[in-house]
Design a protein around this ligand. Sequence first.
Ligand code: MTE
Length: 320
Amino acid sequence: MLIKRAKGWELPESKTTPESHYLNRRAMVRAMGFGAASIALPAQLMAQDKSADPSAGLYPGRRNDRYGVPTPMTAEKLATTYNNFYEFGTDKSIWRDAQKLEVRPWTIKVGGMVEKPFEIGIDDLLAKVQLEERVYRHRCVETWSMIVPWSGFPVRSLVELCKPLGSAKFIVMKTLSKPSVMREQRDLLYPWPYTEGLAMDEAMNDLAFIATGLYGKPMPKQNGAPLRLVAPWKYGFKNVKSIVSVEFTDKKPKTFWEGLQSSEYGFWANVNPEVAHPRWSQATEKPLGSDQRIPTLLYNGYAEFVAGLYTDRKAEKLFM
Ligand code: MTE
């Protein structure tokens, strides 16, 4: 039997398991727990000033409020010190370790069902797209939520650049593999690299976003520098960080959490307050920094933009 120290990311506070418990893989997933948010803005974060990144002058992107500007905005220090980035550890306070991630040079490999595979550096990619800022709600499957200003560009712009074949049905994105820095990747109980994907029509939807910045600055490392997916109508685990690979395929990909626990996490993962996680309700959420729980909204409040994507997919498990 494989054993694993439990320090996970997704258990409501009421069910938090002490870190000292040693559990097998199944039990580990069952015991994923909340960590505590840091209080003060740490020195390393303060040091992440504009001179540190060659793309710093590009931020903030011009505000696009077409999809609403939800309030209240989450405090920057909370959104940048309370993170899920399993590669660096399974608790919420990985921001310090994540500073070891080097984000230049950074190359993204494009392949699979495309006219011609290619590689592109992050700064060349940034030169080809129009950056904008969008304030989106973010709803983690663990039931915490936040509202933050992302800078970036539509996934559609990335797709157009990649020139997928007409027969491609899914876009698949993967996180960097670097066990020397991303220590948790040495733990082979997880199906590394972190992999996520969208169906092509989801990827082409206006809301689907590649974020390269946050709070008007280049993306903090702990939030997924230099680029990550943001699909705000889905649970946060869809939003793969620190992307190095973009592939197109005609087969539905096996994603990271599906690979770990397919009875609890699926491909579509759309937010729905009426469909409970097997181990907890999804009816309400707790905004970071607030003591009050608030009702969760269908598609995280973005139904008017995305509900139409699923009218012909009713037979599938759309909400897990
Ligand atoms: N991407 C990678 N590579 N590794 C992760 O552990 N966690 C996911 C998602 N993307 C994760 C990831 C989860 S569960 C959530 S809720 C969001 O990132 C958290 O993003 P944030 O830390 O910027 O709030």
